[in-house]
Design a protein around this ligand. Structure first.
Ligand code: F6P
Length: 323
């Protein structure tokens, strides 16, 4: 591809996350500010493969900075996992002389990106997923908002749990990562938090519920990360052990929607802007990362390094606080 980067593509891929729009806006506006032509690619790699590409203007990202979802649309592309799909994607970029690509998404999206980078596309990955499960960055775009959404929902569930003196099992997203459950659980004072990273004992949880009941506690909230297994099954087993009336709420996709929190909007803007800086500096195969409250550039392969382990200190603290 040409030595001087003038044409940059941007796409969002995988599960959408609040703040993706703020990142797209930053890529487009900062790119234009520096004299680049920026192209939006619709529906992630699906749209790239099928040529759904249009030039973006300053106005095409107006009024989206605090809007949830992604105006570029997103998809999980099976075709991009095939060599034929990757070749079609590359051909589309070459046809439009797009030399550089910003991919906003999770680790699956980054894998697709690496195949294009191997073919000479100047590539920058921007971590966007509510799961916060990408190595190399302390935060991914969307995580903070999702945690706040869960805390808000649990507050409402607690009202009815308290009125009816019930135990609620609330299942949250996160794929095979317990970060959403842990952070939200600690923030809202859940009685127990079940995460895939740490074994749990339902007898112990049941005993804790009984101890609480003896102290006069009339309701409980148990947060279960989806990677642990079915909240319904856990609810049945806890009912069988404790005798307490249980109800299940699976929060599901509402955790992916809504306006981004200020933190997510700021991180997204900083990461989108950093992606353009990386491109202007002529670097490739990089990702943006949030480390010590600063957005930095680091090798894309760091996204596949050892994931930060679940914060065990916070997990233990949550247990100590919910005796
Ligand atoms: O990766 C984000 C995420 O919301 C996960 O937490 C969840 O397991 C998955 O996506 C759900 O994917 P889909 O929207 O394709 O059902």
């Amino acid at each position: 591809m040409s030595g001087v980067i003038q044409r940059v593509g941007v796409l969002t891929s995988g599960g959408d996350a609040p703040g993706m729009n703020a990142a797209v806006r930053a890529v487009v506006r900062k790119g234009i500010f520096h004299g680049l032509n920026v192209f939006g690619i619709n529906r992630g790699y699906e749209g790239l493969i099928h040529g759904e590409i249009h030039e973006m203007s300053i106005g095409s990202v107006a009024d989206i900075v605090l809007r949830g979802g992604t105006v570029l649309k997103t998809a999980r592309s099976e075709e991009m996992k095939t060599l034929a799909g990757q070749q079609k994607a590359l051909a589309q970029l070459r046809k439009l002389e797009i030399d550089a690509l910003v991919v906003i998404g999770g680790d699956g999206s980054f894998r697709g990106a690496q195949t294009l980078a191997a073919q000479g596309v100047q590539l920058v990955g921007v971590p966007g997923t509510i799961d916060n499960d990408i190595a190399g960055t302390e935060l991914t775009i969307g995580f903070d908002t999702a945690v706040n959404t869960v805390v808000d929902a649990v507050g409402k569930i607690r009202d009815t749990a308290s009125s009816h003196e019930r135990t609620f099992i609330v299942e949250v997203m996160g794929r095979n990562c317990g970060n959403i459950a842990l952070q939200a659980g600690l923030a809202c004072g859940a009685e127990s938090i079940l995460v895939p990273e740490i074994p749990y004992d339902l007898d112990e949880i049941s005993d804790k519920l009984k101890r609480g009941h003896q102290r006069g506690k009339n309701h409980s909230i148990i947060l279960v990360a989806e990677g642990v297994g079915s909240a319904y099954k856990i609810g049945e087993e806890l009912h069988a052990r404790s005798g307490f009336e249980t109800r299940i709420t699976v929060l599901g996709h509402l955790q992916r929607g809504g306006n981004p929190s200020a933190l997510d909007a700021v991180i997204a803007a900083a990461m989108g802007g950093k992606a353009i800086e990386i491109i202007l500096a002529g670097e490739t195969n990089r990702m943006t990362a949030y480390i010590d409250q600063t957005v930095i550039s680091r090798p894309l392969e760091d996204a596949y390094g050892n994931r930060r382990p679940l914060n065990r200190e916070l997990y233990d603290l949550a247990n100590e606080l919910s005796i």
